[in-house]
Design a protein around this ligand. Structure first.
Ligand code: 5MY
Ligand code: ATP
Length: 341
């Protein structure tokens, strides 16, 4: 995706990057229509998806857009991480997508990745970390410095928790990080916060997140490891294949999508709108990588929080805030916590 704004009102033009293995837009569109969209039609959440419309264009458009990119780079207007990337010539398709950008002064938008809304089916029964928090802990393993300086994204289980105060505070915290929101008068901010709280605790946002959770569960009941004996080396024949592989790719897509939340605050009643984006079906080529990642999390003790036993210099991070870890420390007396895992 690149930062080109379409002249078509309230739509963005999404085009393919010129990098090896990038899925062409026509395939992204077909996969979305066949595999993803029906899941949300069933539950009446179609209006919560970023809409995709496939368009074709001539190679002259690609040349023009690439020239625009060169111009932006010459004047330092392009984000450094994207400098040098170009639009591919061999696929003359693009997607017009719902533009979720805010309208200055009238709305603000924030983006979250809900990630894994339920535990991995391969996690040990006594896990004290969810899949996302286990992976964060794993990724923090090599980082030097105090525990508090490490990266602990919010635990995704908070988003679908039965503790509605926790759900509400998660979203209002994200809202309060928005400059456009903070610039509003206090009465508008209160109105907007209440609307966001309602939307994600009793409204459509709640049912949308619950639907994603349900779909993640339904499409991957066994986990990528299935019944694989973990002590044994990976044999490619044992990776999920056929219908199970497709279902797994769908689950992994739903575990890595983005959610745009736009709040309009110029009306008498604040209006909240959430739409899911980045629902490009994951490639089958990723299955081996998912298998290896899951195996490392299980065997390394990252779900159980026992990684410290494997690497004595490591210790449990007090800064981490997994919902599962918090439940565990409430239920189990402190002196027993080390003995149970
Ligand atoms: O491994 P995860 O769970 O961190 O997810 C990856 C994402 O990391 P993040 O959401 O930042 O933690 C990662 O996001 P970023 O590139 O870090 O923004 C990708 O979305 C990656 O998918 P793909 O390789 O582009 O198909 C994602 O990989 P998969 O979902 O395919 O495993
Ligand atoms: N529907 C949308 N409305 C508004 N902004 C969007 C929408 N979809 C994506 N964006 C924004 O466009 C930018 C690029 O999108 P995205 O991150 O999906 O592309 P990408 O190919 O992963 O980019 P890169 O890897 O170069 O960072 C991001 O800033 C994202 O927030």
């Amino acid at each position: 995706m690149d930062e080109l704004i379409s002249p078509v009102e309230n739509l963005l033009l999404r085009v393919s990057k010129d990098i090896p293995n990038a899925t062409p837009c026509n395939e992204i569109f077909q996969n979305f229509e066949d595999s993803i969209k029906p899941l949300f039609i069933e539950s009446d959440h179609l209006s919560n998806l970023v809409k995709l419309q496939l368009i074709g264009f001539g190679s002259q458009i690609v040349n023009t857009l690439n020239t625009v990119l060169v111009g932006m780079e010459d004047s330092n207007e392009r984000r450094q991480s994207r400098v040098g990337s170009r639009i591919r010539h061999d696929s003359l398709y693009g997607l017009l997508i719902t533009n979720m950008s805010p309208e200055p002064g009238r709305s603000c938008t924030f983006e979250i990745k809900p990630k894994w809304l339920c535990q991995s089916p391969n996690a040990p029964k006594l896990a004290i970390r969810c899949r996302t928090c286990a992976l964060s802990a794993y990724r923090n393993r090599e980082l030097e410095g105090p525990v508090s300086s490490k990266k602990w994204p919010p635990c995704p289980l908070e988003l679908v928790s039965d503790d509605l105060e926790l759900v509400a505070s998660n979203f209002t915290m994200r809202l309060q990080e928005q400059k456009a929101f903070n610039q509003q008068p206090v009465d508008v901010r209160v109105r907007v916060m209440l609307a966001v709280e309602d939307y994600f605790t009793i409204g459509k946002g709640r049912s949308l997140l619950k639907r994603i959770e349900e779909l993640q569960r339904l499409h991957d009941p066994e986990g990528v490891l299935g019944g694989h004996a973990l002590g044994m080396s990976l044999c490619k024949d044992e990776l999920p294949s056929g219908p199970r592989a497709l279902a797994l790719r769908m689950a992994m897509t739903l575990r890595d999508c983005s959610m745009f939340v736009r709040v309009h605050f110029d009306d008498k009643e604040a209006v909240v709108e959430a739409r899911l984006a980045d629902l490009d079906l994951k490639s089958e080529d990723k299955i081996e990588e998912w298998f290896e990642k899951e195996r490392d999390l299980v065997l390394g003790g990252w779900y159980l929080g026992t990684e410290r036993d494997l690497r004595p210099q490591a210790h449990r991070a007090p800064a981490e805030s997994c919902v599962m870890a918090r439940k565990f420390s409430k239920k189990v007396p402190l002196h027993l916590q080390g003995t149970l895992v």
